[in-house]
Ligand binder design. Structure first.
Ligand SMILES: N[C@@H](CCC(=O)N[C@@H](CS)C(=O)NCC(=O)O)C(=O)O
Length: 214
């Protein structure tokens, strides 16, 4: 596959969902994108043919259909190398992937999913409350770690000293944690300060509007 910057780019998204992350990154990269709604909980058969995993985000660059957060963010970043959205040095890029894997797996697919998609973790509805309360504990553990990591870099950004794909992911997860009523402001002051710094950034504000993240 060769990524050519002038191919048509499309993003399938749903409000409140993780498609917010590539949406911010597309805006950071200055790429024109066609946004297509694929509402979580009401995805069309046509969408499921496009992505048999039944998940958003999905990105199309010309005829190439790309799924999975890390792959999508990498593809967008390759379209606009001058924006350095995967970091500015090899080590920064390594750190970006270290974050992305942690956020996609431990934070999203394990912790938040066990609260919002408990049916994927057990067939026994009697176990839901126990799995969900463990999920909230897991979210707190994730945030304790993020709080520590954000203090290491002495920067307004998660990796290096400029905006990367990681920043957009962290902004989304902060919003999600608020939705499950984890107290964020006093318990995780560095995370809070960090998210507030980027909340009104142009790319973030535009993606928040479409994704209803307010
Ligand atoms: N492994 C996928 C997971 C994406 C994912 O779980 N997306 C959620 C929205 S945040 C989704 O599409 N959920 C649909 C559903 O649960 O039915 C990735 O990292 O891109």
């Amino acid at each position: 596959m060769s990524l050519i910057a002038d191919q048509k780019v499309k993003l399938w998204y749903s409000p409140f969902a993780c498609s917010f992350v590539p949406h911010v990154v597309l805006r950071e990269a200055g790429i024109d994108v066609e946004l297509i709604l694929a509402q979580v909980g009401d995805m069309s058969e046509e969408f499921k043919r496009l992505n048999p995993k039944g998940r958003i985000p999905v990105l199309a660059i010309g005829d190439e259909i790309i799924t999975e957060m890390s792959a999508i963010l990498t593809a967008i970043s390759f379209l606009a190398p001058e924006a350095h959205l995967l970091g500015r040095t090899s080590l920064e890029t390594i750190r970006v992937y270290e974050w992305l894997n942690y956020l996609s797996t431990t934070a999203h697919a394990q912790s938040f999913a066990s609260i919002w998609r408990t049916e994927r973790f057990t067939h026994d509805v009697n176990l839901y409350p126990s799995i969900q309360s463990r999920g909230v504990e897991n979210v707190r553990d994730v945030y304790a770690l993020i709080e520590d990591k954000l203090s290491e870099g002495h920067s307004d950004y998660a990796v290096g000293h400029s905006f990367t794909v990681v920043d957009s992911f962290l902004i989304l997860l902060y919003f999600w944690a608020g939705k499950i009523e984890v107290e964020m402001e006093f318990t995780y002051p560095r995370c809070t300060r960090y998210v507030k710094n980027s909340w009104e950034r142009k790319s973030v504000a535009e993606a928040r509007k479409i994704h209803m993240i307010v």
